[in-house]
Ligand binder design. Structure first.
Ligand code: IPM
Ligand code: MG
Length: 369
């Protein structure tokens, strides 16, 4: 197949890890006779330095002209002034908003070889394999009013948590569809004991659930879920929740697998195609990114783990192009190198062989060639 992929490396370790993901996609393309073209543009802090904005219109147009986006990470201490009007994060937020990426898929998988790197007791990690679907274009991130002002009694600020029933039902539906193709269990998280938006969320989730009698819907309070994620992570199959809860809980869930350097994500603007079906081409591209962020402390040292970015490329193959075999090959390659004892610094125990970013990328590209 022919496809154009926008690769936006961004800041910190973003560029280093996306380069390795491109290497692996190239290997896959050669093997299967695909023609992938890559285009690139600045985003985040480096775009601020160049253009004074975290994502300019040229970059946006380049993204809109592509079939999928592979994103690295944005942010760093250089741009961290809380008073700043222009922030690196505005780059990714603009992409989410303008591409309509309402469903953020964050799979949490515990690799048996990495159980010792996890802060959780091994017996609790058996068979843990769930996916968090985070609503990504609503809630506190985008609700208006969102501002800060000064009154005679001091400074004030407001963010707005707003959801429409359409915003809730379309993302909950993604949850049901994915659960249907997996172990048929969907946890919907809210704070209905406190929040009006949560009561609406629960009501709409229950209504949508009537169309999916084969999927078990479990409502759970988000704070309780935070506890279950460390206490009893094996109970989860698919989780769906609003933007801010999903942001926080997905970071929590990420560490149970041993390293944030292992976890990919996909941000979609439509219902994923049913198993075996090809996704619709045309329309706006979906976006794929490692969830680990820019890690400025290790940037440029060549030691970052590229696996999350490489697994994000696998998700891109699967969800944007319907190339399931190619995605499986990448995922199998990762399992293979872990089984053989290859590690990057973040997942290595004492005495284990440690590889750099590029070495790990070369190794995985070699596997899928
Ligand atoms: C994430 C990040 C972003 C978010 C930041 C970089 C804006 O934490 O993707 O989880 O809060 O959504
Ligand atoms: Mg986050």
């Amino acid at each position: 197949m022919h496809a154009r992929i926008a690769v936006l490396g961004g800041d910190g370790i973003g560029p280093e890890v996306t380069v390795e993901a491109v290497k692996v996609m190239d290997a896959i393309a050669r093997r299967h006779g695909h023609d992938f073209k890559y285009v690139t543009a600045p985003v985040g802090g480096n775009s601020i330095d160049k253009f004074g904005t975290a994502l300019n219109d040229d970059a946006m147009n380049l993204v809109l002209g592509s079939d999928a986006v592979l994103f690295g990470a944005v942010g760093g201490p250089k741009w961290d002034d809380p008073k700043a009007k222009v922030r690196p994060e505005q780059g990714i937020l603009r992409l989410r908003r303008e591409l309509g990426l309402f469903a953020n898929l964050r799979p949490v998988k515990v690799y048996p070889q990495l159980v010792d790197s996890s802060p959780i007791k091994p017996e609790r990690l058996k068979g843990v394999d769930f996916i968090i679907i985070r609503e990504l274009t609503g809630g506190l991130y985008f609700g208006k009013p969102k501002k800060r002002w000064t009154t005679t009694r001091g400074r004030r600020a407001v963010d707005t948590l707003l959801y429409t029933e359409q915003e809730i039902s379309r993302v909950v539906r993604v949850g049901f569809e994915l659960a249907r193709a997996r172990r048929k269990k969907l946890h919907s998280l809210d704070k209905m004991n406190v929040m009006e938006t949560s009561r609406l969320w629960r009501e709409v989730a229950t209504e949508v659930g009537q169309e999916y009698p084969d999927v078990q819907l479990v409502h759970m309070l988000a704070d309780n879920a935070a506890m279950q994620i460390v206490n009893n992570p094996g109970v989860f199959d698919v989780i769906v929740t609003e933007n801010t809860f999903g942001d926080i809980l997905s970071d929590e869930a990420a560490v149970i697998g041993g390293s944030m350097g292992m976890l990919p994500s996909a941000s979609l603007s439509s219902l994923p195609p049913a198993n075996g079906k090809r996704p619709r081409r045309g329309g706006k591209p979906a976006l794929y990114e490692p969830i680990h962020g820019s890690a400025p402390d290790i940037a440029g040292k060549g030691i970052a783990n590229p696996i999350a970015a490489i697994l994000s490329a696998a998700m891109l193959m699967r969800w944007s192009f319907g190339l399931h075999e190619e995605a499986d090959e990448i995922e199998k390659a990762v399992e293979g190198v872990l089984a053989e004892g290859y590690r990057t610094r973040d997942i290595a125990k004492q005495g284990e062989r440690v590889m750099g970013t590029k070495q790990m990328g070369d190794l995985l590209a070699g596997r899928v060639t």
